[in-house]
Ligand binder design. Structure first.
Ligand SMILES: [Zn+2]
Length: 469
């Protein structure tokens, strides 16, 4: 009788040729062990494409790549990997909940896919086994997994974490953010990127405890979730350098101007002087607050995103992923020129350097490893050789000759001078670029521009543009 009832509670869904039996009445991951979230199918497609880039990059220390879908639920992510990337990956799907474990086994059989299915505590498994491609779809509990995720993650290994932490995303419950990510957050017009950066600071700290330096490959906020994809460099020098990216942000509550604190242990005499706006002089009382500490480093790697976009063409989600990936590449570039054209696909880093013989690659890797050791020994920052060498392999580069995209963005509704009409985002971008600034749209907010212009410069450009139009 019970099994009949169970059968009746199942329904069949298909995601990119993977058939899944999921709970029919599941409304949230808390209420159902086999929760299937259709909303974040695009996140899963992107993670699968990232795995494909990784498999082809020859950066993996295991052959085949050891992949873990650590919180399987229906098992969809791991099954997508096996279905679309096939033989180059050894896929393990784990879920600590018995019902989910049984359903994953059932779903794997249903699709005739050869994957290992485990019923272990995710953290214990991560402490015991080494995987070099890990995806954790954490719902709201991402902070619980950070320590164990980095314990055995090898050099150049990839960790993708998806969280639907609405409280953090919208700064509704700052106390939760403080507990989980050790940073202070307030409601702002750029809260999505704030949430990502607060989360990344917690990720970088966890990596640093295992002497690993963090490199952020991409950060995507999509609907009510966000996904960050990171890789690591081993060694205390890398860990130290990465941890220096964790800084406080000073934010003006009147005009929303903001800037990161400089890297110094000496107290700043007048912190509000760091801001470009004059609000603290013009308004009574305290108008500036400190947010964070949070990740101040780059949150995208342009080269990596170009590779992901290129690889996405061969998958059935190419059309759906195309727009988002194009937008992410443009955002990571945040160019000062009007570049609507997309980078030539021949420039893709894997195609460009993938033809080199394994010996050449091996020689480069050995040389890079030697340099790593020297760097660690001397405690200096990266040598010039390492920097140049790593430019050849952008996937693992900690240094880049390209300036990362400027942090945060300005919402035009919030910052436009009062006037008859609101300028279109693309128009504002063109005006900023003409004035010599870097500018792009941002996927975090459709009504905002990412730019290296200060708020006062942006206001000047907006005023000028409003007069022209
Ligand atoms: Zn201000």
């Amino acid at each position: 009788m019970a099994s009949k009832k169970e059968e009746a509670s199942k329904k069949c869904v298909t995601e990119y040729y993977v058939t899944l039996l999921v709970d029919k009445y599941a409304t949230s991951p808390k209420k159902s062990e086999v929760f299937y979230d259709k909303e974040i199918a695009l996140n899963r497609s992107l993670i699968t494409t990232v795995l494909d880039v990784y498999v082809k990059s020859s950066k993996s220390c295991f052959d085949p790549v050891r992949c873990l879908d650590g919180i399987g639920a229906s098992g969809v992510t791991g099954l997508l990997w096996k279905k679309h990337i096939c033989d180059n990956v050894a896929v393990t799907i784990n879920d600590s909940r018995v019902k989910a474990y049984e359903r994953i086994k059932e779903n794997a059989e249903l699709n005739h896919l050869d994957v290992e299915v485990l019923n272990r505590d995710t953290c214990v498994l991560l402490h015991e086994q080494a995987y070099n491609f890990i995806s954790l779809d954490c719902h709201t509990m991402a902070a619980h997994y950070l320590d164990s995720a980095f314990r055995n993650l090898p050099k150049d290994g990839i960790l993708a974490i998806t969280t639907t932490d609405d409280a953090a995303l919208h700064a509704i419950m700052p106390e939760i953010v403080l507990r989980n990510y050790e940073g202070f957050v307030a409601r702002t017009f750029y809260s999505k990127e704030l949430a990502v950066r607060l989360f990344l600071a917690a990720v970088a700290r966890a990596a640093a405890r295992y002497n690993k330096g963090l490199i952020v490959l991409c950060s995507i906020a999509f609907k009510s979730s966000f996904t960050v994809v990171v890789t690591v460099k081993r060694g205390s020098a890398h860990a130290n350098k990465s941890i220096q990216n964790i800084r406080k942000l000073i934010h003006c509550t009147m005009c929303e101007d903001r800037t990161f604190y400089p890297l110094t242990n000496y107290p700043i005499e007048l912190p509000s002087s760091l801001l470009g706006c004059g609000c603290s002089r013009n308004f009574p009382g305290k108008v500036a607050i400190e947010l964070g500490p949070m990740w101040s480093g780059s949150i995208f790697s342009e080269e990596f995103l170009v590779a992901v976009h290129h690889h996405s063409h061969k998958f059935p989600w190419k059309v759906k992923a195309d727009l988002l990936l194009r937008q992410l590449v443009a955002e990571a570039r945040c160019s000062c020129k009007d570049e609507n054209k997309f980078p030539h696909e021949e420039e893709n880093f894997i195609d460009k350097y993938g033809n080199e013989s394994d010996n050449e690659n091996q020689a480069k890797r050995l040389k890079a490893d030697d340099d790593d050791k020297e760097t660690v020994k001397s405690g200096n920052l990266l040598s010039t050789y390492t920097v140049e060498n790593e430019l050849i392999n952008p996937l693992i580069s900690l240094e880049s000759n390209k300036d990362p995209a400027p942090p945060f963005y300005f919402n035009l509704h919030r910052h436009s001078p009062k006037g008859p009409q609101l300028l279109r985002v693309d128009t504002v971008i063109q005006f900023l670029q003409k004035a010599g600034y870097r500018a792009s749209r941002t996927h975090f907010d459709r009504g905002a521009v990412r730019t290296n212009a200060s708020l006062s410069n942006l206001t000047a450009v907006l005023t000028q543009a409003a007069n022209v139009n």
